[in-house]
Design a protein around this ligand. Structure first.
Ligand code: PMP
Length: 433
């Protein structure tokens, strides 16, 4: 079947899309509002590269916002989907792929004794929060400024202030009364954490955290901080939820919890676990998970949850990670980019920091040490935008916002990495012109 839109250019597609889809996009950051200009449309993607509707090839550091750890269109994943497709696209009954998926997640992710599949990261965090509230019979939750957990009402609260604040909603349409149950704290700030528990000792159902916050650039925990979250939760009977939608299977097979040796009570997963199809999952201690319907009183459901195509893609993606164990190589590629960019920035006198962990890295153009949202915001957006546009014109696609994380895949070759470094270094020279 030929699509009527198949041979249109990006500009033609965007013009039509603007009339049909709010902002022309199905997810806001794709609209290039932050970097300026119009987005390109992707016609196809293979390995480390996107091919745009205009025929340009781009080395891709967005990797579909994280899922494509094997690069695009990896043969083994495609074959797994094709095999599942021959058997049908959706059954509405339990299927064998769901059990295969659950076996892998329980084996790989330290905190997970039982897991339930959903269709997105948003559903995963939303359900984990509901479960934590049901388990503790408390209402308040703590989140951290700058952490993103999907577009769940009570989590769309980011409060820019570094002080302890009761949340106000970030989006129209979220009742202030919902947001009032959300306490927003600065990440990496032990005193603020202790103050929140001192003020609300028996009221906090859960702390939800991206253990490596990666939705305001990339921020790493100060030594002992994640363990402190664990200890405070244990002490107060609060459920610790790690949102590993981005970091799960990305920074290690077992995510940040494996890397840092800190075990949460519940974990939200997404992205890589779907092998490029729409999937999320949440799991954790059996004692908590068994409160879900049909066993317990916490309701949660999904028509397409555990979809066989999505499960087949995810299982294939996870099996490749298990057999290939690419993490050392990805870490080296990330460090190579970090060292090269920081080195050139120093020569140019630019205040660049490249926080990096494994295959994730970000560019902060600021002298200030970035340990939380407020310091991330000191990054010079216009410098990032200059590098972004130079890179895009020269075949390298970075995330279209100064506050997103870049991802490297196993399909990025040494020559891709070298080419990228060269382009980004030239891009930084454009700033100094
Ligand atoms: N949590 C984190 C840490 C994320 O990065 C995201 C998406 N970027 C989500 C949750 C939401 O996932 P989804 O977009 O699949 O709903």
């Amino acid at each position: 079947m030929a699509l009527s839109t198949e041979y249109l250019t990006s500009a033609e597609l965007f013009e039509r899309a603007l009339e049909l889809i709010p902002g022309g996009v199905n997810s806001p950051v794709r609209a290039f509002r932050s970097v300026g200009g119009a987005p390109f449309f992707t016609r196809s993607a293979q390995a480390s590269r996107l091919t745009t509707a205009d025929g340009q090839e781009l080395i891709d550091y967005v990797c579909t916002w994280g899922p494509a750890i094997h690069g695009h269109n990896r043969l083994e994943v495609r074959e797994a989907i094709a095999q599942a497709l021959n058997r049908g696209t959706s059954f509405g009954t339990p299927n064998p792929y769901e059990v295969a998926m659950a076996e892998r997640v329980v084996e790989l992710v330290p905190s997970v004794e039982k897991v339930r599949m959903v269709n997105s990261g948003t559903e995963a965090t939303m359900s984990a929060i509901r479960l934590a509230r049901g388990y503790t019979k408390r209402n308040k939750i703590i989140k951290f400024a700058g952490c993103y957990h999907g577009h769940v009402d009570s989590l769309l609260v980011a409060a820019g202030s570094g002080a302890l604040t009761l949340g106000t909603p970030d989006s129209a349409g979220v009742p202030p009364s919902f947001a009032a149950e959300t306490i927003v704290l600065p990440y990496n700030d032990v005193a603020a954490l202790e103050a929140a528990f001192a003020e609300h000792p028996d009221e906090i159902a859960a702390i939800i955290v991206e253990p490596y916050p990666a939705n305001c650039g990339l921020i790493l925990p100060l030594p002992g901080y994640l363990q402190k979250l664990r200890d405070v939760c244990t002490q107060h009977g609060t459920v610790l939820i790690f949102d590993e939608v981005m970091t799960g299977f990305r920074v290690a097979l077992g995510g940040v919890q494996e890397r840092e040796g800190v075990t949460p009570d519940l974990t939200a997963l997404g992205k890589i676990i779907g092998g490029g199809l729409p999937v999320g999952a949440f799991g954790g201690k059996a004692e908590i998970m068994d409160l879900l319907a049909p066993l317990g009183p916490v309701y949660q459901a999904g028509t397409l949850s555990g979809n066989p195509l999505a499960m087949a893609a995810g299982v294939a993606a996870l099996d490749l990670l298990i057999t290939e164990d690419p993490y050392t190589r990805l870490e080296a590629a990330g460090a190579q980019i970090r060292d090269a960019l920081e080195g050139v920035a120093k020569e140019l006198g630019l205040p660049l920091q490249v926080p990096q962990v494994g295959s994730m890295f970000a560019l902060f153009f600021t002298e200030a040490p970035v340990t939380q949202f407020e310091s991330a915001l000191t990054s010079d957006k216009s410098m990032f935008n200059t590098v972004f546009h130079y890179a895009l014109e020269n075949g390298v696609y970075l995330p279209p916002s100064a506050y997103e994380t870049c991802f490297i895949s196993t399909a990025h070759t040494n020559s891709d990495i070298e080419q990228t470094i060269e382009v980004l270094c030239h891009g930084m020279k454009e700033i100094t012109r």
